[in-house]
Structure formats: structure tokens, C-alpha cells
Design a protein around this ligand. Structure first.
Ligand SMILES: *[C@@H]1O[C@H](CO)[C@@H](O)[C@H](O)[C@H]1NC(C)=O
Ligand SMILES: *[C@@H]1O[C@H](CO)[C@@H](O)[C@H](O)[C@H]1NC(C)=O
Ligand SMILES: *[C@@H]1O[C@H](CO)[C@@H](O)[C@H](O)[C@H]1NC(C)=O
Length: 461
């Protein structure tokens, strides 16, 4: 009896066991989380589409294992952070291929394959990945004809400025890019906040005031909209969306951690860009203290472990929502670097969250998949990309140091800036060979035939 009880006791699988006092141990643990995460990605395999996750061509976030286009963009950004924090470059080729394949026909992260549900927010997450690459000097494509990471984010910025809409609600971005899409009537926080953060980062990276002015304009619209609301204690609620058909009068009262994170980090870039403007600092303080209240101090968490307020306790988060803590974590980390006064407030909370998250990484087929209720000791049994990304962000944040602060073109970022779209890209030609000359001769002959043909056609008209 006794013996068989031992035989049938649950086998402890290889749960990750990180010693948070050791950088090497944290890197190893992060490596295991990243490995499980990237095992979901098959886009680089034969016959698959680089850059998308399973379900990504026609996703339904209600279904387990179905990941929308934007979440893949977020994941590659996260993997750039992973490379920066650990030095592990084994995924770099996959990341480069993915970002380039999904960059869109016009180098603006607006690929036509996804236009049926293309959101301003979706594109912003891909631009965030490109900006993560710029800010960490992630390797550029080895093919010199490919656009630089910075130019892709600038391409997205130039595309999105054309979508700003003042006909309703005094301004703002609609959620959807295409007017026939479901949700075109909404003006939502993550789209506006996403564009705001992209503009703030471009200002920070390039020093170009045009981006800063744009970011300030988007901020002002958001802050004056009904998506910002304060309670009697000064807690800031950042609601999810407004209906433009109703002139944005009634906010939809959901709060999500990534909406706080996207504004927090955007404000941190603006604070740093303006050399410490008190106005941006007070905005940062308010969002940060409200985030700590809502996403750490909401029971059943104890104030030190991050929780997705609306859906986590009852395990009703969809595939998108499961990943939100990844972004709040990453954006708190970057805020701590850009606004050094916040370091001691932010980093202890992320560290306790990381420790709690790592204890939840003991599920699935490898025995190391993470689940999302970090505040319990009981794994949920549910695993996936969102849970992995959130845990990887948390564990990764404990490797962050002030010296990893985002680079600018003045402090060593090397990605090529291309603020204005170019009608015709000037190519750097390789030295001309005999074969090329023969080819050129044939082309010239064909062009002449075409020219003569056109002349004949004109005469016949
Ligand atoms: C668009 O979809 C097709 C097939 O559905 C695929 O072959 C192609 O690689 C996709 N393009 C992008 C940019 O994802
Ligand atoms: C901006 O960020 C850098 C890098 O972390 C930091 O050294 C600097 O103090 C920040 N500037 C301000 C005004 O806080
Ligand atoms: C600054 O950005 C704007 C907007 O993209 C662009 O038109 C302008 O050329 C940029 N200026 C410089 C000096 O790069």
C-alpha cells in the first residue's frame, strides 16, 4: 500500500527553478520559457507563412491556440528583448525573417493579408517590435536592400497619420483601418495609445520634434476624452473604447493592463525626450500609482504580484488578454530606465511578480510551461503563448539594468532613419559584370522595341 502510494505519487516534472540571486540562473530560466514559447511558432517551416502564429490568418481569440496577427508581432518584440537581456541569439534569424515578411507591401506594417481585421493597434504592436530592435541595436537584415528597422516604424507612422480623424469626437483614431470592417465605429484606447507610444519613441530616438508634437496632440485628445476618468481618491480609470457613432459620449468601461502600460511607457519616452518635463512626470506618477493599485493590489493578489484585473481570477481571459501582463511588465521596465526616479518603485514589484510567475512554470508536455495565476501556488492547467510571454517578460525584467536603456541616434543606435517615404528607392548597384552588360543590352533592345511599339500605337490612334 505504502509503496504503491509512492509509486503513484505525481511525478515532479522539470519545473523551472530559478535562483533570482544568480544572473546565470535567471538567464537559464528565461531560456526555458523562451524555448517553450518559440515551440508554438512554425512560421519559418516549409509551406508556412513567416511571422504569424497558429490561427493567425483568420484568428479567433476565443479559441485556445488561435493567435491573432498582432500578438505574433508582440511576441517577436518580446524575443528581441529576450536577446537583449540574455545575449541568446539563437532565435534572431527567425525574428528578422518574421518582421520583414510581415512588413507590408509599402514598408508600413499594413500587409494586405490582414486588412479584413486590420487595427491601428495591431500595426502598432509590429512597429513596437521594430522600435525594440532599433533601441537595442538588434541586427538588421543581412540583405542590404531590405528596409531598416527604424524606417519601418517611420513608415507605419507616416501611414497612420493619414488615419487621424477629426470629423467625429474632435479627433482620435478609429480602431479599424478599413471602413467596412467590424469595429470601425469605435475609437479605442490601445489604438490611440499605441500610435502615441510609437510617436513618442520616434521623437526619443530621432530627436525630431514633429513626432513629439504629434504624440502630444494624441495624448491631449485621449486625456480629454471620456476614456480618462478619476474617482474620488484620484485613481485613474483608463477605459477601453468609445463609440464614434455616439460622438464618443459613453465609454465602454473595461480596464486592461496594456492600456495603462502603453501610456505609461509613452509618457516615459516623452519625459526623457523633454529632459524631465514636470508635466510628463505627473502623468507618469498618476498612471503608475493607478497601475499598482489596479494590477497588483487587487485581491486575491497581495500588492506585489501582477494580476490582470478583469479576467484572471475567474480564468475568463481570451487569448489576447492572457498576454496583456507581458506588455505592462515590459513597459514598466522601460519606464524604470527612462525615469530613474521610478526604478525603486517599479523593480521590486516586478521582481516579486517574476518569482511568483516562475513558480507557475511547471505544466504541459515539457513540465515547464507557465500558467497565469501568479498569485497562487496552483497552476491553472492552461498554457499558451500569452502565458509564456507574460512569464518571460516578468523573469526577463529581473535582468534589466539602467545601462540597457533604449538607445537613440545620439547614443549609439545605428538603424537608418528614413522619415519621408521615397517615391523611388535609389539602389546601390553591385559592380557591373559582363553578364550584367549582356542583360542590360537585352533590356535596352526590349525598351527600344517597346518605344517603337508605343510610337506605332500613337500614330495608329
Ligand atoms: C499572405 O498569404 C499567403 C497565402 O495565404 C501567403 O503565401 C503569403 O506569404 C502571405 N503574405 C504575408 C505578407 O503574410
Ligand atoms: C533618460 O534616460 C537615461 C537613460 O536611462 C537616463 O540616464 C537619464 O537620466 C534620463 N533622463 C531624465 C531626465 O530622467
Ligand atoms: C521629422 O519628421 C517629419 C515627419 O515624418 C519629416 O517630414 C521630417 O523630414 C523630419 N525631419 C528631419 C530633420 O528628419
Amino acid at each position: 500500500m505504502w509503496k504503491s502510494a509512492i509509486l503513484f505519487a505525481p511525478v515532479a516534472l522539470a519545473a523551472i527553478d530559478i535562483s533570482f540571486d544568480s544572473t546565470e540562473s535567471i538567464k537559464d530560466g528565461a531560456g526555458v520559457i523562451a524555448r517553450d514559447l518559440m515551440s508554438i511558432y512554425v512560421g519559418d517551416q516549409y509551406g508556412e507563412i513567416p511571422g504569424i502564429l497558429p490561427g493567425g490568418l483568420d484568428c479567433n481569440p476565443q479559441n485556445e491556440g488561435s493567435y491573432c496577427w498582432w500578438q505574433a508581432g508582440a511576441m517577436f518584440g518580446q524575443m528581441i528583448n529576450y536577446w537583449q537581456y540574455t545575449g541568446d541569439d539563437q532565435y534572431n534569424d527567425q525574428i528578422i525573417q518574421a518582421l520583414l515578411h510581415q512588413r507590408g507591401e509599402k514598408n508600413d506594417f499594413n500587409p494586405q493579408n490582414h486588412s479584413r481585421s486590420m487595427g491601428v493597434d495591431d500595426q502598432a504592436f509590429w512597429a513596437f517590435a521594430a522600435l525594440d530592435a532599433v533601441e537595442a541595436n538588434f541586427p538588421e537584415s543581412p540583405n542590404e536592400e531590405d528596409p531598416s528597422w527604424l524606417s519601418l516604424a517611420q513608415g507605419l507612422f507616416n501611414f497612420q497619420t493619414s488615419l487621424w480623424e477629426t470629423r467625429t469626437c474632435g479627433g482620435g483614431f478609429r480602431w479599424q483601418v478599413v471602413s467596412v470592417n467590424n469595429g470601425y465605429n469605435l475609437k479605442n484606447m490601445i489604438s490611440n495609445g499605441g500610435n502615441f507610444q510609437v510617436a513618442a519613441r520616434l521623437a526619443y530616438i530621432t530627436g525630431n520634434e514633429t513626432y513629439a508634437d504629434w504624440a502630444t496632440m494624441v495624448w491631449d485628445w485621449m486625456a480629454e476624452s471620456k476614456m480618462f476618468e478619476r474617482d474620488n481618491e484620484g485613481l485613474l480609470y483608463i477605459w477601453d473604447n468609445l463609440d464614434a457613432d455616439n460622438d464618443c459620449q459613453e465609454p465602454v468601461k473595461f480596464i486592461w493592463s496594456y492600456n495603462y502600460g502603453v501610456l505609461l511607457a509613452g509618457a516615459a519616452y516623452m519625459y526623457n525626450f523633454t529632459d524631465g518635463s514636470p508635466e510628463w512626470k505627473s502623468r507618469i506618477d498618476e498612471i503608475l500609482s493607478s497601475s499598482l493599485d489596479l494590477y497588483f493590489a487587487t485581491p486575491p493578489s497581495d500588492g506585489n504580484v501582477m494580476i490582470e484585473y478583469l479576467c484572471e481570477e475567474n480564468l475568463i481571459c481570451n487569448q489576447d488578454q492572457k498576454s496583456f501582463k507581458a506588455y505592462l511588465t515590459r513597459w514598466m521596465t522601460v519606464t524604470a530606465m527612462l525615469v530613474p526616479e521610478t526604478w525603486d518603485i517599479i523593480m521590486p514589484k516586478l521582481r516579486t511578480s517574476a518569482q511568483a510567475a516562475a513558480r507557475q512554470c511547471n505544466g504541459g508536455d515539457t513540465g515547464t510551461w507557465c500558467s497565469m495565476q501568479w498569485w497562487t501556488n496552483i497552476p491553472t492547467g492552461k498554457t499558451g503563448a500569452g502565458e509564456q510571454m507574460a512569464a518571460l517578460s516578468a523573469v526577463g525584467s529581473t535582468l534589466a539594468q539602467p545601462a540597457m536603456a533604449p538607445l537613440t541616434l545620439n547614443t549609439g543606435a545605428t538603424s537608418e532613419s528614413r522619415p519621408n517615404p521615397e517615391p523611388e528607392r535609389v539602389r546601390v548597384l553591385a559592380p557591373i559584370t559582363t553578364a550584367d552588360r549582356a542583360g542590360a543590352a537585352i533590356l535596352t533592345i526590349l525598351a527600344c522595341v517597346g518605344f517603337v511599339g508605343a510610337m506605332v500605337w500613337i500614330v495608329l490612334e
